[in-house]
Design a binder for this molecule. Structure first.
Ligand SMILES: Nc1ncnc2c1ncn2[C@@H]1O[C@H](COP(=O)(O)OP(=O)(O)OP(=O)(O)O)[C@@H](O)[C@H]1O
Length: 264
């Protein structure tokens, strides 16, 4: 198992203002798996990603990242664990504007105090189809190309898991498809696990599995589902009936959970 969440609870705020962003979530992510995390706004998707990546602490339960519990590691060991085993891709690409594509890809290696291997960097750019754009600055690249540089950068250290937070949120349909195919190929070819938060059912349909969150809880999973089926579940989760379940109207909430199936 590359990442395991066992009954994870993460609360923010205190007293009346306390929110359980994650409320007892258990999920496993194996080698060579591609999982999408979906759910209404505020359901805990980003919190799940941050806790799974060891970027945020948990209040109860346990996270295992590459076999280690981030909360038990000294800060320096945790930094090394993240650097050696995880990659991140964000909606906003987050490339350094003054560095070329190649230099952006080299950056994590340099930040780790190592000398980049030119072959490895060239291979990373080649894998994302940008070998001929190595010396371009981000402003000289399309959005889709910039995101592919960001994927190459995230993969250059051959991480066990790639966390992607809305990686196609700023892209047009064609560029989105390219990036999603790239993620899918990465999973198949390198065995890297991909965990992707998305609002887009079409993006989620590229994953092997979709895990649905609502109110900080895991409320369903779909495997190999079409975009239409995923969209139908999202509609149900976002429906007023589900919202009625908040604030103590448990029957409505249980109905909704029953309707979407706890896990299938
Ligand atoms: N740092 C924080 N301090 C206080 N509350 C927080 C914090 N981070 C998240 N929350 C709360 O925890 C809940 C889950 O937030 P989270 O950002 O994980 O949801 P999300 O599903 O990613 O939402 P979105 O789709 O809108 O990005 C929300 O109610 C949010 O307001």
């Amino acid at each position: 198992m590359v990442v395991r969440l066992d009954n994870v609870v993460r609360r923010y705020g205190a007293g009346q203002a306390e929110v359980a962003a994650l409320d007892g979530v258990s999920l496993d992510f194996g080698r060579g798996t591609f999982t999408a995390i979906m759910g209404p706004s505020g359901s805990g998707k980003s919190t799940l990603l941050h806790c799974a990546a060891g970027l945020d602490r948990v209040d109860e339960g346990q996270v295992l990242l590459a076999g280690q519990d981030p909360s038990r590691l000294p800060r320096r060991t945790l930094t090394e664990l993240r650097r050696d085993h995880t990659g991140f891709v964000f909606q906003a690409f987050n490339l350094i504007p003054t560095l070329t594509a190649k230099q952006n890809v080299e950056l994590p290696v340099r930040l780790a105090g190592r000398v980049p291997d030119p072959d490895q960097v060239a291979r990373s750019l080649d894998r994302v189809g940008l070998a001929d754009r190595a010396h371009h600055l981000p402003t000289q690249l399309s959005g889709g190309q910039q995101q592919r540089v960001a994927v190459a950068r995230a993969l250059v250290a051959r991480p066990r898991v790639l966390f992607a937070d809305e990686p196609t949120g700023a892209l047009d349909i064609r560029s989105s498809r390219e990036v999603l195919r790239l993620l899918r190929d990465t999973v198949a070819q390198s065995g890297t696990a991909v965990i992707m938060v998305t609002h887009d059912p079409v993006a989620a349909a590229h994953a092997q599995r979709v895990a649905f969150l609502a109110d900080g809880r895991l409320v369903g999973e779909l495997a190999g589902a079409s975009a239409e089926k995923i969209a139908a579940r999202m509609t149900l989760l976002e429906s007023g009936r589900w919202a009625d379940g908040q604030g103590g109207h448990e029957p409505a909430r249980s109905d909704a959970m029953g309707a979407i199936g706890a896990r299938d």
